[in-house]
Each structure stands twice: as C-alpha cells, then as structure tokens.
Ligand binder design. Sequence first.
Ligand code: GTP
Ligand code: MG
Length: 185
Amino acid sequence: MEYKVLFTGPAGAGKTTAITAVSEVTTLNTDVKNNDVDIDKLTTTVGLDYGEMSLSNGDKLRLYGTPGQQRFDFMWEILSRGALGLVILIDNRKPDPVADLNVYLDGFKSLIDTTSCVVAISHMDTHPEPNIEYFSEHLNQRGILCPVLEADVREARHVAELLELLMLQLEAKQDMVRDMDSYAD
Ligand SMILES: Nc1nc2c(ncn2[C@@H]2O[C@H](COP(=O)(O)OP(=O)(O)OP(=O)(O)O)[C@@H](O)[C@H]2O)c(=O)[nH]1
Ligand SMILES: [Mg+2]
C-alpha cells in the first residue's frame, strides 16, 4: 500500500528537516533564502517538501510538507487532498506554541476528523515548556483524539517513530469505522 502523509506546522518547526531525515529518495527542495526576521534560519520553504519512506511492513509513505509561513496557507487545502495522515510539528521556541497548535488544528480540521493525526513538539531540548502533558491536556479539552510527543526531527529514528504511530492511529480509526459499519448492518 502507498499512503500520502502531510507534515505541517510553523516555520522553523522542522518539516523540511524531518522529511529529509527519513527520505529514501532525494527530496524535492523548494527552500529559498529567508528574508523574514521572525524566522531564525537561512532558508524557508516556499512551495512544498516531498520525500518517500518505506515502513517495515513494506508500505510506502509519500511525505509532503507544507510551507510554514502563513502567506502560503492557500497551499494547505491543495496539499491535504488525498492525505491519509497529518503530522503537526510545533516549534517550542515560539512565544505561544499552544496558540500555534490551534492554528493547525483549525486549519486542518476536516483532515484530522477524517484521517489520523499526530502532534510532535520540536526544540524541547532547548525549550522544555510547555511540556507534553500540557499539550495533551489541551487536545483533550478540545476533544481531539491525537497523540502528542516530543520529537527531535534531526534524528531519523524520531521521525520514523512518529510515522509508525500515525499509521497505528490510522488502523485504529479504520477498525472503528468498520465496527460501526457492521453494527449498522
Ligand atoms: N535544537 C533543535 N533543533 C532542531 C530540532 N528540530 C529541528 N531543529 C532544527 O530546526 C531547524 C528547522 O528548520 P526547517 O526544517 O527548515 O523548518 P521548516 O519547518 O521546514 O520551516 P519552513 O520551511 O520555513 O516552514 C533546522 O535547523 C533543524 O536542524 C530540535 O528538536 N532541537
Ligand atoms: Mg521547510
């Protein structure tokens, strides 16, 4: 099976880094020199990221990343089409990471409701607060079933774990739908 997975989150959270860390093919790169003083790095993505990764069971993931800058949010809808899972990467260095999370929970609501979702917090090595429990409680309060975990996306192992978790979520959701269908019969 092949699945399309989408990475999103603010500029600097590590979408390009994550996809590059695990991709088995040369990643598509649309980064350009960054002129935004609010983003503390040399380049930023202006189109999309793309990479591919195989899972241990032979399934293949097509990995897409959105640009982080808000001016590109018209790309969200386009890149969401056909996706079976969403990874929201949150940059814990930002002034209000929970508010950032809300932007993506709202912006990708229909994808989250119909497919699977994982929230990953990056930059926790330098910025440990808010902690995972805080994010988790926030998701609970919003009634969103979506695991949240720490991830240093420079580490391929961390990214692979995120994706395995996303696939488990997807299976659980599909089982739930199947159970409900058979109940309706
Ligand atoms: N210290 C630390 N650095 C990290 C961590 N995760 C990612 N990084 C670094 O943070 C930066 C993330 O940059 P990108 O991958 O370009 O971020 P992006 O989300 O693609 O950003 P845009 O394309 O601008 O939206 C890179 O320099 C990574 O090496 C982490 O957990 N800890
Ligand atoms: Mg990028």
